[in-house]
Design a protein around this ligand. Structure first.
Ligand SMILES: Cc1cc2nc3c(=O)[nH]c(=O)nc-3n(C[C@H](O)[C@H](O)[C@H](O)COP(=O)(O)O)c2cc1C
Length: 215
């Protein structure tokens, strides 16, 4: 079968669940918590993985990263501050996050503003990471060109040697957390006949307003 024919014939009917304004917590973080719990219980693969979109010179760029916490009403992830995304965020802190939990036929869209978390918070999490991940974060110049796999592994082994015998690997200053403070959160539940449920939380005058959007 040709690719386009295959694509045209791929069709899933969404009937797993429903969502109404009355079903939602008034606090979108509570609602996120509930859906996240359900995605963990439903054995969704890497339920904390989400697509992060940032802006580079007015053009969007996306990649997957992992949610590592919700603190002070903000969504937290860790990365290299000197990576492509790090530089993009430096220039424009507006970003969006998109979670897809296919087994539950759910999507959550979040839009907001990113800021770096405290050094203390980044240190704390860095110390919890496996040693190999710590060394990788130090060694890898994320998003920079490298000539070969060999060069990359060479940088890792050099870092491994540097910290040989040192029990606690210090967090490099180029690595740490960002937290996204949202002004929009949308919960999407697939329904039959493509009449999906979209319940949105919009921050207006420091209050969350709830409304439904057409699918
Ligand atoms: C499942 C998954 C999880 C990932 N988690 C992270 C993460 O938490 N932090 C990170 O910096 N990159 C993570 N990545 C790699 C990013 O997608 C991306 O390749 C990298 O951050 C460089 O992006 P950039 O060049 O746009 O900065 C993950 C990739 C996948 C597929």
């Amino acid at each position: 079968m040709k690719l386009n024919e295959t694509l045209e014939n791929l069709r899933v009917s969404y009937q797993a669940s429903s969502l109404d304004i009355g079903d939602c917590h008034q606090d979108p973080f509570e609602q996120f918590n509930k859906w996240f719990d359900e995605s963990v219980k439903s054995m969704c693969d890497e339920p904390n993985a989400f697509v992060l979109s940032t802006i580079k010179e007015n053009k969007p760029r996306s990649r997957v990263v992992l949610l590592k916490g919700i603190i002070d009403k903000a969504f937290l992830f860790y990365t290299n501050y000197e990576s492509a995304k790090g530089l993009e965020i430096e220039n424009n802190p507006y970003a969006s996050m998109n979670f897809l939990w296919l087994p539950l036929q759910r999507q959550v869209r979040i839009e907001g503003v990113l800021s770096k978390v405290s050094e203390q918070q980044s240190n704390q999490y860095f110390q919890k990471r496996p040693r190999g991940s710590q060394l990788g974060a130090i060694a890898s110049p994320q998003s920079k060109k490298v000539s070969s796999r060999q060069e990359l592994e060479g940088m890792f082994h050099q870092t491994e040697r540097k910290y040989e015998g040192i029990e606690s690997v210090p967090r490099p200053s180029h690595w740490g957390g960002y937290a996204l403070t949202p002004h929009y959160i949308e919960f999407w539940q697939g329904r039959s006949n493509r009449l999906h449920d979209r319940i949105c939380f919009q921050k207006v005058n420091n209050q969350w307003e709830l409304y439904r959007l057409a699918p």
